[in-house]
Design a protein around this ligand. Structure first.
Ligand code: GLY
Length: 402
């Protein structure tokens, strides 16, 4: 255990703009056991019995929660835990208010940490609480799903959803609040359901298709497709390498454009496939399999479909090849992810749903398109196409009908 706790990879994230300080993402097997000492090391002022507010996914195995709690207590923290039902419907201002009340009752000061232990919803909600309590206290992200390890825990996006006259707006309220430390213990993935692991793998494959845009991890797509079996078998060393390579990719993207302000790409490139995914994710009856009981789609499943659609839309734009789009489909299928879906709504309904997407900036639809690799290069270059022709977008939807 002692050896496991010290053996990890570290990726330093430098978000760029002052006052956002660099922070480390530690990736290893069994490193949650060193959470307490890791947190103590990064805090500006460590004092005896310092309050630490642990926000926990209520479905996490007891063993993960007790490892984190005991480690914090051994390092001298007075831990208060809050269990949260980790659903998108619970990612609300009301949930944040409940947590803020609990945090206030611990008499937490500006230097006392909030610690998120769970998947992306827990990280977003706890991050939002940390960003707003006393105008910002340290947030330590301990992601426990593959998706949150490679994406949500890095880059400082925090959020809750609100309902408006036109429906539920996801992540519309939030703040950029960079973590003080991210600790990704790949041992937590052992208890992850296979379907949730595959959904996380969809984001990794997506990273592999955009990394070359940022000159980072340029073989990631090939590496990931070669290692799919080992990843799905939860081979510990492979999972660690997968997470480390993907965090490096995410860190490089965040560094170029921390607040997603670059009109020519930057952080928005991470939304590859999302213009499509966001249009189908809310449709409750869409199933990733032939079995309607598997509905609705998980986010990563919608992203897999969205990336396949974006690849075909890119081919219809003339900048990408249909053979490459089919190669991408085959890679997602090999990972057990959906690449076609039954009972898609009409093109008109789907285009209407896309126009609501937050990436439709200034009324203009923003497609993240793939570029054909130059000879000998791997896939992985993307660019923003504003207001793509309807025919190209529809070609993407057509590719998913099945
Ligand atoms: N998940 C996309 C981003 O962090 O920008």
């Amino acid at each position: 255990m002692t050896h496991a706790a010290t053996d990890h990879d570290t990726v330093r994230v430098t978000p760029g703009a002052i006052p956002e300080a660099p922070y480390d993402v530690r990736i290893g097997h069994g490193i949650l056991a060193s959470l307490g000492e890791s947190v103590a090391r990064v805090l500006p002022r460590k004092r005896r019995n310092q309050p630490a507010f642990l926000v926990v996914d209520d479905k996490l195995p007891d063993q993960i929660v007790s490892t984190a709690t005991l480690s914090l207590e051994a390092a001298g923290f007075a831990v208060t835990s809050a269990d949260v039902a980790a659903s998108e419907t619970n990612k609300t201002l009301a949930s944040a208010t409940l947590l803020l009340r609990q945090l206030a009752s611990t008499r937490a000061e500006r230097t006392d940490p909030v610690i998120a232990l769970g998947g992306g919803m827990i990280g977003d909600l706890a991050g939002f609480v940390a960003a707003t309590y006393k105008r910002g206290v340290p947030i330590i992200q301990c992601p426990t799903t593959l998706l949150s390890m490679v994406d949500a825990s890095v880059g400082g996006k925090t959020a809750v959803n609100i309902k408006t006259d036109t429906g539920l707006k996801k992540n519309i309220v939030g703040a950029f609040w960079q973590p003080t430390l991210v600790l990704a213990d790949v041992a937590a993935l052992a208890s992850l359901p296979a379907r949730t692991l595959r959904a996380g793998l969809a984001e990794c494959l997506k990273h592999g298709l955009l990394c070359a845009t940022f000159d980072i991890e340029t073989d990631l797509f090939d590496w990931t497709t070669t290692h799919v079996r080992k990843i799905l078998a939860k081979d510990a060393a492979t999972l660690r390498e997968l997470v480390t390579r993907n965090v490096r990719t995410k860190a490089a993207v965040v560094h170029t454009d921390p607040h997603e302000l670059d009109p020519n790409g930057g952080r928005a490139i991470l939304n590859l496939g999302h213009t499509y995914a966001h249009a189908i994710e809310p449709i409750a009856q869409l199933s990733p399999t032939a079995d309607p009981a598997d509905a609705p789609l998980q986010h990563g499943e919608a992203v897999a479909l969205g990336v396949v659609a974006a690849a075909h839309a890119s081919a219809a734009l003339g900048a990408f090849h249909v053979e490459h789009a089919e190669l991408i489909r085959a890679a997602f299928a090999e990972a057990g992810l959906p690449t076609r879906v039954r009972a898609l709504p009409s093109d008109d309904a789907l285009l209407e749903a896309m126009s609501h997407d937050k990436k439709a900036s200034g009324g203009v639809l923003r497609l993240i398109a793939l570029d054909a690799p130059k000879s000998g290069d791997a896939l992985g270059r993307c660019r923003v196409v504003n207001d793509p022709p309807r025919a190209a977008i529809v070609a993407g939807w057509d590719a998913l009908r099945g």
